[in-house]
Write a new protein. Structure first.
Lengths: 374, 470, 119
């Protein structure tokens, strides 16, 4: 498939889609798409000839299928994903049969033994199915690739993705989601590990009535660069999107970037969209970039908006809690826990909500103990 | 044109600027940009060498820099076809008949008096009328030591001060259009307010006598010394027809310790104009800068008034208003750079798009390391009148210091049917109801405008709303 | 004592110009100006732009994209939009077999705050 180029200026939609790595130029920090990215730490993924291993996908119901036999509807949008796609031999495929009602979450583990690996995971939720999938992306080496999610008409799919791993590793991940007619997708992304992490999610609707909720929590520590890019493309009428990402920067040298692009086309009447990003700076010497972009080609929508807030603790909140008898430390912990608890609560799965809260609390060095009566 | 007007224009030609006229016809007929054109401009104005060098540098950088890959579609600018320097005396005053119908109608409907009409049409001419009226004001200013001149004269009469500040806020190489402006600038305002002086009346562009107002490549330089205060107003709500398709102005403002400056602009260019402006102020300790920016017309406006908060407790504020009607793209916003502790900034942007017009908010808030205790808020609201219009928001938020607070919020709304219904049930027509809703929407900004602008703006909205329904 | 890396002949860097070299994977701009030969990081502290592509003015080099000038001695910007310094490296000129060579230190100088934004 040859490259499709859209003439500028069109600020938000990806300009080139191609399976051919030659259609893309090598990213530099002067490109808008890469201006916040640690291009240096990802450069091994821009080399067409690099040798790399492969990530193995294991889990109940996950089949390993040769890439050539996978009918993937998604076309790569940058050099790294095009190279990964061209090189991947086998893909992990998880199919949820139509009408299936899976009560228990399916856990998919993405692991590798190599220092550089490509990956491709395809999740297909059949029509009217209901399921929860938990993906554990454990970085023991550098990984480049995609997780493609197809939500069939009328289906309800929840995907919880956990990214953990060494601070020496790099991850360049594409996570496109395709939402069918009247389908619902709830995506929770917890980026807690990895050194240079760049995750690009997108939502595409194929018919009216789709609903996508994307929640993210992330932590960034010294030497970490955590970047989330989200692109929601409303080109179908009456679809809903909600995006909420919250992160904390823990120590000097921590770095995060969050870019949320929402594009509402002329035909997408009745769209409802909101996105927000909140960044909590827990130390000096860190840097958070936040760019919520919104393009509307029509005014016939239900609502559209976005919000972004970055800063330290709200002194007033702390003061209030202290005046209620808490020590400063206890007050801080309560505020941080509250900060993450609300977005984690939106995932809709208590077990994983609690588990994530414990993990995050541990990382932050605060007590995960739940509220007693106060 | 009246005989008085014709006489006035002749008069202007005889003002002594210290220009000499080598090959007049050649220069003025020439289109396109080249080193020769730039040298001619400098020679005609009898400028010192350092200014010529800066102009040439601007030309070099203009050639070298790429066009922006973001923003609006600038493919319609034909650089080779533009006349980069036209002396005001040679400027052919447009006659009333030459104006497009919609502009003529607007003037009529706005009830602009005949004399004003002529002034707007003729541009520079009819300055002699203002001279009498504003003579007294200028005397007062002189007494206070305030300098308020056109930029050409300021360079000649206050060269040292000019050289000290020119190009320090917006360097030659800042962006392609600032480079262009540096190469071919002509006209604009120069203001210096001495320490502690509070200039009570708003200074308006048309107080300046002579040289072109609303020139293509105006260059404004303002220095507000410690503790001083001034309010400068430029522009006009009534639509201005310009045969020049590219307007690329540069405004540099230095607000020293404890001083404050408010700069109000209302621009309503005709829809053949590309209006690309670089405006920036540097604020030192305890200084305040307020940009009130109204963009009502033009085919494309790209304008992002900026404040560099370089001293402690400096404060920057932008109130930006954008109206985009059919065929217009307002790409506007603001940039606030916090580079010192305890600085604050506020950006409020209100945009209204109708009839296929497009409004985009583009902004940057950057809180740098060391700027502790800083607070920044951005609120952008867009109102879409109908289904054809477009609205975009592209805010960049870059925070590198933890002890700060930064909040940004944007909402897009439509005119609510229930609001309309309620107002119409009170006896208003749909047009009147829509106008009222729009006025309410922009009220937080409109109330900061000088009275006569606010009144004209209200009337303009009524006009715009008419026929926007159905 | 720090390591010096030979980057080329002085004759390759005409007066008033800058040349980009790489020292231990780092891009460095070597500048020959009236006050001597200097070496600074080639990447502007404001954006990913090569400083060696800009103009040399007295003892500064100007980033061509947005116009910030950097003091070649201290690496500090003279004016915005750049707000932070670029690394500076010690330079020595060595005569060898009749040619003057430029050698750049492998480690950056400590940061000095002189010359940052005159008000």
């Amino acid at each position: 498939m040859s490259a499709i180029t859209i003439a500028p200026p069109m600020d938000l939609a990806p300009r080139v889609h191609s399976f051919d790595p030659a259609a893309f130029s090598v990213p530099t920090a002067r490109d808008e798409e890469w201006r916040f990215s640690p291009v240096d730490r990802l450069k091994q993924f821009f080399d067409v000839d690099a040798t790399a291993g492969f990530v193995t996908a294991t889990g109940n119901g996950v089949n390993v299928v040769p890439m050539s036999e996978v009918a993937s509807s998604w076309v790569p949008i940058d050099l790294a994903s095009a190279i990964a796609r061209a090189n991947v031999k086998n893909a992990g495929v998880l199919e949820i049969p139509a009408q299936a009602q899976w009560a228990e979450p399916v856990i998919v583990d993405l692991t590798t033994t190599e220092s550089n690996s490509y990956q491709h995971l395809e999740i297909v939720a059949g029509k009217f199915s209901v399921a929860t999938v938990v993906i554990r992306q454990t970085l023991t080496g550098n990984v480049s690739g995609s997780i493609v999610i197809n939500v069939g008409d009328g289906a309800h799919l929840r995907v919880i993705t956990l990214v953990e791993g060494e601070f020496s590793t790099a991850l360049a991940l594409q996570m496109p989601v395709i939402v069918g007619r009247d389908a619902t997708f709830i995506g929770a992304l917890a980026t807690l590990g990895g050194g240079a992490v760049r995750i690009q999610s997108s939502v595409q609707y194929t018919a009216p009535g789709g609903r996508a909720e994307l929640f993210g929590v992330f932590l960034s520590d010294t030497g970490q660069h955590v970047e989330h890019r989200i692109f929601v493309h409303h080109d179908q009428p009456h679809c809903v999107s909600e995006v909420m990402f919250k992160g904390a920067l823990l120590n000097p040298g921590a770095r995060s970037a969050w870019i949320g692009d929402v594009l509402v086309r002329k035909d997408a009447i009745g769209t409802e969209t909101h996105q927000s990003n909140r960044n909590l700076l827990l130390s000096e010497g860190s840097r958070a970039d936040s760019v919520p972009n919104l393009e509307l080609e029509t005014g016939d929508i239900v609502r559209a908006g976005h919000a972004s807030a970055t800063g330290r603790f709200d002194d007033e909140q702390l003061f209030y809690l202290q005046s209620r008898g808490l020590t400063l430390d206890e007050a801080r912990q309560l505020v941080v826990r509250g900060f993450f608890a609300d977005v984690l609560g939106r995932i809709g799965n208590d077990t994983w909500r609690d588990s994530l809260l414990v993990t995050i609390s541990d990382r932050l060095g605060i007590s995960p103990v739940e509220d007693t009566d106060e | 044109m009246s005989t008085e007007q014709a006489a006035a224009i002749d008069e202007l030609g005889r003002y002594d600027y210290g220009w000499h006229d080598p090959d007049l016809a050649g220069v003025n007929a020439r289109r396109g940009l080249s080193e020769e054109v730039v040298r001619d401009i400098s020679a005609l104005k009898n400028e010192p060498d350092w200014m010529l060098e800066m102009r040439l540098k601007g030309l070099r950088l203009f050639d070298r820099k790429p066009m922006p890959s973001w923003g609006s579609d600038l493919n319609g600018i034909h650089f080779d076809n533009i006349k980069y320097f036209v002396r005001s005396t040679e400027k052919q005053a447009t006659s009333w008949e030459d104006l497009p119908d919609d502009i003529k109608n607007t003037y009529d409907r706005l009830g602009i008096p005949e004399a004003e009409k002529q002034r707007l049409v003729a541009g520079v001419a009819a300055q002699y009328e203002s001279e009498v009226v504003y003579h007294k004001i200028r005397e007062d200013l002189e007494e206070q030591g305030v300098l308020f001149l056109d930029t050409d004269t300021a360079l000649r009469e206050h060269e040292e001060m000019f050289k000290e500040y020119f190009g320090t806020v917006i360097p030659v190489g800042d962006n392609k259009f600032a480079a262009l402006n540096t190469a071919v600038w002509s006209g604009g305002s120069f203001i210096y307010v001495p320490k502690g002086v509070d200039v009570e009346i708003p200074l308006q562009a048309y107080f300046r006598i002579n040289t072109e107002n609303m020139g293509q490549f105006e260059r404004t330089l303002m220095i507000i010394d410690e503790g001083a205060k001034v309010h400068y107003v430029e522009g006009c709500t009534a639509p201005i027809y310009s045969s020049d398709s590219l307007h690329s102005a540069v405004v540099e403002i230095i607000v020293k310790k404890g001083a404050s400056c408010r700069y109000t602009t209302i621009q309503n260019w005709s829809t053949n104009v590309y209006n690309l402006v670089t405006k920036r102020a540097i604020c030192y300790e305890d200084a305040t800068m307020e940009w009130i920016d109204g963009n009502l017309g033009s085919k494309v406006t790209m304008k992002y008034p900026a404040v560099w908060l370089m001293g402690e407790r400096a404060h920057g504020e932008t109130l930006s208003l954008a109206f985009a009607g059919p065929g217009m793209h307002q790409d506007a916003g603001s940039k606030m750079i916090h580079a010192a502790p305890n600085t604050t900034s506020t950006i409020v942007s209100k945009s209204v798009a109708r009839g296929g017009g497009r409004t985009s908010y583009r902004g940057l808030v950057q809180i740098n390391e060391g700027a502790h205790g800083s607070r920044a808020t951005v609120k952008c609201d867009a109102l879409l009148i109908d289904d054809d219009s477009r609205s975009d928001t592209y805010p960049y938020i870059d925070v590198r210091e933890d002890d700060v607070s930064m909040g940004h919020e944007a909402t897009v709304s439509k005119i609510s049917d229930s609001q309309l219904f309620y107002l119409m049930s009170r006896g208003m027509t749909e047009d009147e109801a829509m106008a009222m809703i729009v006025r309410g929407f922009i009220e937080p900004i409109a109330r900061e405008l000088p009275m006569e602008y606010a009144i004209e703006l209200n009337r303009l909205i009524e006009l715009q709303m008419e026929g926007s329904v159905g | 004592m720090s390591n010096f890396v030979r980057v080329g002949a002085l004759s390759n860097v005409p007066m008033g110009s800058a040349v980009k070299v790489t020292v231990l994977d780092r891009p460095i701009a070597v500048v020959n100006c009236a006050e001597g030969v200097f070496a600074i990081s080639d990447i502007c502290s404001h954006a990913d732009v090569s400083l060696s592509e800009g103009e040399v003015i007295d003892c500064t080099i100007e980033c061509w994209l947005h116009g910030s000038q950097f003091n070649l001695r201290t690496g500090q910007p003279l004016s915005p939009p750049a707000l932070g310094p670029v690394a500076t490296y010690e330079v020595r000129l060595v005569d060898d077999a009749g040619t003057t060579h430029i050698e750049v230190s492998a480690s950056p100088n400590p940061v000095s705050t002189d010359g940052r934004f005159q008000s």
